[in-house]
Design a protein around this ligand. Structure first.
Ligand code: ZN
Length: 219
């Protein structure tokens, strides 16, 4: 059952559970912005509110992620249509929908950091491989540093329909990646809940920085 908002005459209040999602996601977005991973209105963020039918809480387009308010988050359906909210959704909402449909994600985070952008440029054969770091164990299901995590890298595009279909294919074909990079653009990662998604983002941002720095030391 969908936890629908209880709007008053002004349309301004939401049910307690809905409020909780909005404030938790907003708090995380502010933290991500504060860590420099979503500068200049970059990045977008979402939380799955229900799966049948699919409902997502998403950030609106073009807002500074350091100042976004819980009440500004939008509720969209599986086509990206806004059901609750009065701002346009991010152009990349469709990619969040694809990830929600093809993975067990409860929270989806998209960042434009320096290190994930640099890592995306070092792609080889459509992926960015990270091996032998203890921090790999922070990714769900990884038990040893003797693991090679290959983050798929998609060519960047402003054509969201075709990019969304490429992303869908990767998520179906690859063996459960913990994230996907868009070349010269940024990272999508996710988790079953807000804690796992936050951990995956923190771990991957660490791994991108340390591996890109390590590679530059080797040259
Ligand atoms: Zn982006």
């Amino acid at each position: 059952m969908i936890d629908r908002p209880n709007e008053d005459e002004e349309g301004g209040t939401f049910s307690p559970v809905f409020d909780k999602h909005r404030s938790e996601l907003t708090e995380l977005i502010h933290e991500i912005h504060g860590r420099g991973w979503s500068p200049g209105t970059g990045g977008n963020f979402s939380q799955v509110l229900s799966r049948e039918p699919l409902r997502l809480l998403v950030t609106p387009s073009g807002v500074d992620k350091g100042y976004v308010k819980p009440s500004e988050l939008l509720e969209v359906d599986a086509d990206g249509k806004v059901l609750v909210g009065d701002m346009p959704p991010s152009a990349e909402t469709l990619l969040h929908i694809v990830i929600a449909q093809e993975t067990n994600a409860g929270v989806i985070l998209h960042t434009h950091s320096i290190w994930n952008t640099l890592a995306s440029l070092s792609e080889k054969d459509g992926g960015y491989a990270i091996s032998h770091f203890e921090m790999l164990k922070g990714l769900q299901g990884i038990r040893t540093h003797e693991h090679t995590e290959v983050i798929p890298v998609l060519q960047n595009s402003q054509e969201m329909n075709s990019l969304g279909e490429e992303l869908r294919k990767i998520l179906r074909d690859e063996s459960n990646p913990h994230g996907v990079l868009l070349k010269g653009h940024g990272l999508y990662t996710w988790g079953r809940d807000i804690f796992e998604a936050r951990r995956h983002l923190e771990v991957l941002e660490f791994l991108f920085e340390v591996s890109v720095r390590a590679r530059s030391l080797e040259q």
